[in-house]
Design a protein around this ligand. Sequence first.
Ligand code: OGA
Ligand code: NI
Length: 340
Amino acid sequence: MALLVSSWSNSVKSVPKDYVMPPERRAEDFLTVCKEIPVINLQNARSEIVKQVLKACQEFGVFQVINHGVSARMMEDTMALYDEFFNLPVEDKLGVYSETPRRGCTLYTSGLEYAKEEVHYWKDTLKHPCHPIEEHSPSWPNKPTRYKEQVGRYAVEVRKMGFRILDLIAEGLGLREGYFNEVSQEHTMAINRYPPCPDPSLAMGIASHNDPNLITFLQQDHYGLQIHKDGKWMGVDPIPNAFVVNLGYQLHVISNGKLKSVEHRGLLNSTTSRTSIVTFLGPNPERPTFIEPAKELITSTNPQMYKSYWYNEFIANYLALAYSRMPGSRVRAILDHYRL
Ligand code: OGA
Ligand code: NI
């Protein structure tokens, strides 16, 4: 438990040695917030938002949504709940703490394998499955006492928004409604807490990566998220009550490369704790799910770009690559494995 960054970071004046990243894994540009990353108002006419969503998925692999149906009150209350959670005394969090993430509810620190890392990330994460709620909520934290009720309602609303956005993407690609239902059954939340860091230029919050799942919805309270595009890192504007939507590898493959999965990372700051509430939708890795480019998208001029595979096999490969350090080339590295 002493390992949690949030339990010791306010008592240090400099970055401990085992949190100092080698220079090639540090951030250089903290400032460039990219105003070109599309912000899509989901209350606009459907034909218009289908076009905007598709364009954003093709060009950026990331966009933000506003007026998305999850109420501002719900988002604010949930963010406040997580502030309380991370500020609880250590004893209240022991029940869910683990040195490495488990499949169920886990509070862990840094990356996926603390004990094997040479350098650690300045981050604590609470992670748990969400769907079906009745099955998983018994494992969720008991404190704050409203946790299960509040997060249960949040999960239902975000899931609804998620399926709606997946249907906009399906329509944009010319696929039938509900096309992505089967590959988005697994619903997991990860809440990342990045305490203030005495020197954000030396440490890192979350390493650059692409999400392995289908699609991800992120709520953030402060700046810190960056995406990699055209050889440059660009900051994502922390718009209040917006969700950042980013595409995972599975949408990249199922769309036969028409849509892009985006490489991203999380930076630190020296003044405030930053929290991101992240919702992942994707195939259930415990059930055999076959992934392949949509047949409807393959034509003589658009031949199949990726082999079909079992999702759990993909995840095993992803995890094997996840901590090999190849900045900027990770997307190619794993997708090359499946390219035809
Ligand atoms: C993630 C992630 C970024 C952030 O949890 O997969 O990319 O800003 N988080 O916390
Ligand atoms: Ni991510």
